[in-house]
Design a binder for this molecule. Structure first.
Ligand SMILES: Cc1cc2nc3c(=O)[nH]c(=O)nc-3n(C[C@H](O)[C@H](O)[C@H](O)COP(=O)(O)OP(=O)(O)OC[C@H]3O[C@@H](n4cnc5c(N)ncnc54)[C@H](O)[C@@H]3O)c2cc1C
Length: 419
């Protein structure tokens, strides 16, 4: 007798990793059930996209839906520290592939992706929260609660993708969580009507500014297409203790300390609640098991400084779908090599640059007036999200290359840079 399943793959969460995985699975003809706790659109942080994400959305045939979403066009990143500026133009990068992206209100962006997956046949249940999972039998069983009616639902499937982001459903239920190597950082952020009148300000780029006295404290300014923008500040949790008051007062005080942001935002209208998120970096013991794997933030989250979160999320969806396709066809899958290590390659590239951002090495390089252009193009590729492109020496040997660059930087770039 044949077993009947509610889905080939049950996906927990309809954020970017869940929606893209659902669409890619539908392209291959699999039955997909997505259980999403929230109603869409819902707020999410993480609004600056990278070109590598667009490349992956193109593969899932979702890019044109996003292009019609009236989002803010993005073609690069501008890093500032005092009067120093390092501008990266994604058009001048080493890797092949898409060279532009968007800055997006995530409520709208995520809904477009989820609707696109649903239009391709993915069954998405909103307001349905995963309560428990059982991997002890031959096939996974999932217990969920309909948050509108209180009804408990039991599902049986052939495989589970956990795409629950910071909800981290399977890491919690299966005791997979491990601490991140990064210190606990906090972010204060909000959306404002920016009223920026500075003619030299480029809305096509994210702006990242370094605090004048603390190199590990930084601000973001992500403009949207409607005259509003996302602003935020990131620092170690303990740093914020010296800023008393409400979140809005603390954010405004910190912005007043940035010459760049206080000048750009002098006419801004703070009309929305200031939120805070703390201790978001996370890690796990394993990214997969016999009948599950962890996608996007459910697996690991590094740090927001290079806007890499959604790129890693959709890359994980792509890799996981390749593997589960083999699994569902009854073939042997090497999840460690073809999923965990393949994903980790790019995550580790970002990790090297994130570490170098906070210890100051990366800032020394990009703000150096003699930084060589060819090196800048290779670094630009990583900032565009092409962190898996091993033809780029700054990906293939990221730690060694960055160390050499830092040393050359201290020697004022008087020597050659090897290539
Ligand atoms: C301060 C900060 C700034 C950031 N800035 C950027 C940026 O500029 N660019 C960028 O690319 N990334 C950024 N990120 C990272 C980005 O937010 C995430 O990497 C990205 O949203 C991960 O996508 P995901 O699909 O894995 O998870 P999510 O987008 O979090 O989606 C997970 C979904 O699962 C659902 N869910 C959770 N629990 C359950 C449950 N029990 N049952 C059912 N559903 C559940 C949630 O409701 C949610 O819809 C930032 C992160 C932080 C903390």
């Amino acid at each position: 007798m044949f077993m009947t399943f509610d889905a080939d793959v049950l996906i927990i969460g309809a954020g970017p990793s869940g929606a893209v995985a659902a669409k890619l699975l539908r392209q291959r003809g699999y039955q997909v059930l997505v259980l999403e706790r929230a109603e869409f659109p819902r707020f999410s942080i993480g609004e600056s996209m990278l070109p590598q994400t667009m490349e992956l959305l193109k593969k899932a045939d979702m890019l044109s839906a996003i292009e019609q979403g009236d989002f803010q066009f993005k073609d690069g990143a501008c890093f500032c520290a005092g009067n120093k500026e390092a501008i990266f133009d994604f058009g001048k990068q080493f890797s092949n592939g898409h060279t532009t992206a968007f800055q997006v209100e995530r409520g709208k962006f995520d809904k477009i992706l989820a609707d696109n997956a649903a239009a391709a046949g993915a069954d998405i249940h909103y307001s349905e929260e995963i309560l428990d999972v059982d991997f002890s039998g031959a096939h996974p069983k999932v217990k969920a609660k309909d948050l509108k009616t209180g009804k408990l639902n039991n599902y049986q499937c052939r495989f589970v993708f956990d795409a629950s982001g910071f909800g981290r459903v399977l890491p919690r239920l299966l005791d997979l969580e491990t601490p991140s190597n990064f210190p606990s950082r906090q972010s204060l952020f909000t959306h404002i009507e920016d009223n920026i009148i500075d003619a030299s300000y480029d809305r096509h780029k994210i702006t990242v500014d370094v605090h004048p006295h603390h190199r590990d404290v930084w601000y973001w300014l992500i403009p949207f297409s409607n005259g509003r923008c996302s602003i935020g500040v990131v620092a170690e949790e303990s740093f914020f203790e010296q800023y008393p008051g409400t979140n809005e007062e603390r954010l405004k005080k910190l912005i007043s300390e940035s010459a760049k942001f206080s000048s750009l935002l002098k006419q801004a209208n703070y009309d929305s609640r200031v939120n805070q998120i703390t201790g978001y970096s996370a890690n796990v013991k394993t990214l997969w098991g016999e009948h599950f794997c962890l996608l996007g933030n459910a697996g690991e989250f590094l740090d927001p400084v290079f806007s890499s979160g959604v790129t890693i999320a959709v890359k994980s969806a792509d890799l996981a779908v390749n593997c589960v396709d083999q699994f569902l066809q009854g073939k042997t899958v090497d999840w460690q090599s073809d999923y965990a290590q393949a994903l980790q390659k790019g995550v580790d590239t970002f990790r090297v640059y994130v570490e170098a951002w906070y210890n100051g090495d990366f800032q020394d390089i990009i703000f150096h007036e003699n930084a060589p252009e060819n090196v800048k193009d290779m670094i630009c590729s990583i900032l565009s999200g092409y962190a898996w492109d091993e033809t780029n020496p700054y990906v293939a040997q990221s730690r060694r290359r960055l160390k050499v660059l830092t040393e050359l930087c201290q020697l004022e770039f008087t020597a050659d840079t090897e290539d």
